[in-house]
Design a protein around this ligand. Structure first.
Ligand SMILES: CC(C)(COP(=O)(O)OP(=O)(O)OC[C@H]1O[C@@H](n2cnc3c(N)ncnc32)[C@H](O)[C@@H]1OP(=O)(O)O)[C@@H](O)C(=O)NCCC(=O)NCCS
Length: 180
């Protein structure tokens, strides 16, 4: 999909090609918490994010733009051959530029590299953007948790993806895996 390309009118392809994904560091926490605040009605605290940085089974990564600014993050738990995408958000001004997909792909690659075969996640029923992103990456609906979310009360749709065990050569080590 895409690859290097000329920028389109709103510069989306420029942003896309400049995005990098790397493990989160302490200095990223404030910006991550700010993005979390504007992205969710029941946000995780900065302290919660801070507690994930050194968790051995947590993959916590941030996306940066060409100016090195944190524009999104993902948190995944990895235990044995299962993983759960626990949190994913992109700064509102950086959405629809492929950042969410890059973060998800980085987490799925890392999971593959650690022998994960099945990835789960929960998503608000009304969250069309996230559901479209996950569907494009092969996630299928396997259930529903009634009244799972607060503010507003809403069902969670439970999704699952079976991923291949083949590790990609560039897969980074999991140093840092949580749940939303
Ligand atoms: C969901 C979210 C992370 C997507 O991030 P993003 O960087 O905007 O997504 P991408 O640009 O990588 O989009 C990848 C694909 O997802 C789908 N998608 C993303 N946003 C969409 C939207 N608003 N409407 C419909 N489909 C959308 C599209 O299929 C898109 O591919 P395309 O651009 O080729 O059509 C972002 O909207 C967000 O942070 N939302 C608030 C937090 C949230 O809901 N997190 C998920 C919790 S489970």
């Amino acid at each position: 999909m895409g690859g290097p390309s000329m920028p389109d009118e709103d510069g989306r392809h420029v942003a896309r090609s400049a995005v990098t994904v790397a493990l989160a560091m302490r200095e990223d926490l404030r910006r991550v918490a700010d993005i979390e605040q504007v992205s969710f009605s029941d946000p995780w605290s900065a302290r919660t994010f801070g507690s994930l940085i050194e968790e051995p089974r947590v993959y916590f990564a941030v996306a940066r733009d060409g100016a090195d600014r944190v524009i999104g993050y993902i948190v995944a738990w990895m235990v044995a051959d299962e993983a759960e995408i626990a949190n994913l958000a992109v700064a509102p001004e950086a959405r629809r530029g492929g950042v969410g997909r890059s973060l998800l792909d980085a987490a799925l690659d890392t999971a593959r590299g650690h022998g994960v075969r099945t990835v789960y996640l929960e998503v608000r029923e009304s969250n069309a953007a996230a559901r479209a992103l996950y569907a494009r990456r092969g996630f299928v609906e396997i259930g529903r948790r009634r009244g799972y979310y607060r503010r507003p009360l809403e069902d969670a749709i439970l999704l699952r993806s079976e991923i291949s065990a083949a590790a990609s050569p560039e897969t980074p080590a999991v140093e840092g895996v949580r749940r939303r």
